[in-house]
Write a protein that binds this ligand. Sequence first.
Ligand SMILES: Nc1ncnc2c1ncn2[C@@H]1O[C@H](COP(=O)(O)OP(=O)(O)OP(=O)(O)O)[C@@H](O)[C@H]1O
Length: 419
Amino acid sequence: MSSTVATPETSTIERRFVDTPKLELTRVTLEITSGPERGRRFVIDEEMAARVFIGRSAIASVRLQDPLVSRRHAALELTDGALRITDLASRDGTFVNGLRIESILATGGEVLRIGNTEIAIHRDAKPSSLALTEIDHFGRVVGQSREMRRLYGLFERVTLSDEPVVITGETGTGKELLAEVIHEMGPRASGPFVVLGAAQSKPDTLGAAFDEAAEGTLLIDELSELDTESQAELLRRLREDDGCTRVVVTTQRDLERDVESGTFREDLYYRIAVLNVELPPLRRRKGDIEILARHFWTTFGGQGPIPKAFLIRATCSEWPGNVRELANAIAMRIAHGAELDIRPLDSRDEGEHAKSLVETVLDADLSFPEARRRVLADFEGRYLERILEKHHGNVTRAAAASGIARRYFYAIRQRTKAR
Ligand SMILES: Nc1ncnc2c1ncn2[C@@H]1O[C@H](COP(=O)(O)OP(=O)(O)OP(=O)(O)O)[C@@H](O)[C@H]1O
């Protein structure tokens, strides 16, 4: 009788990332079978944005007129070989096969009902062409998950266009990086790239930034924080600018909700949200964790191969601070490669010789200045690691919370990284 033993080459971590072409849902047709728009059909395929909306809103890919349907009623996502349907806190609910749902994976053959509209979900299964592509980056944006690979086509179209683009995503998902890459890889690469923080912007600074970015790209960071006067100025500039300045904006917030609540101008929203890219959180594209971890390990000068145990833990984590948090965790892991052990006594491994901190440095036969330097350096590293963890890798917030100036914070980080 033969038995199979997992060799290092076929360990869980390796197998998990082998992306074999599977027969899975890559395209669905939605057919309205009853309601005011009976007979209309919509196709959702993997060339489209990762998440599209169904509702009465102008940005909904499946746009309905039914007055009982909310503006943004439900989200549709081709993921995990199925169509995920998620109700977006709609007024009258989303029903699949007669049952009210919050979120469900449909595989074809179901009937979706929203408002007075019934929609049949037809499947079209074929081996995914995405599974066969080898692309694992778009410029400096690294990622090989299905979710990212299907976005690369959209990134390309956005890069070649002159229209304004809204990049949405949680903190640390790479919105600013993508904005830079859109500029670097597009026809305006030789022009200026100007970044404006919306929270600090006033109409005159906004106007100046527009002028400065002429023939290039203007990135407006966290657009939802733009005050009312600056919103008016932005709208005016967009109308008058004649495509001289390419505008890219990022936002963590759902701008459409801000329009609904009245804090963001509707006319500006429609003028700016011509192209939309939604970057998924890292927990929804776990297939990227390994390649990103290896990328940061090399970039930050990690010695030898990245530790397997670290990779496994990284893959199981949720990463609320997304790619930024992963990058910081790797920087910290590298910085602490061979550190002096000053963990509290009760956290040490069993059998380990219990020593106080003072005993540890005394045993190491260090001079007082050297012992103090090492203990302090170790404290700084651990402190930074914890505070960054607490703030999901956001240096600005971590620096503010610890009362350390951001520049000093960066300096300590560089020092701990260099050790
Ligand atoms: N796909 C990726 N490939 C390589 N590096 C990435 C990727 N995504 C993010 N990063 C890196 O992670 C860090 C955070 O990314 P970035 O600042 O672009 O996030 P963000 O979405 O703009 O965050 P915030 O909303 O908090 O400003 C940066 O150092 C960026 O270079």
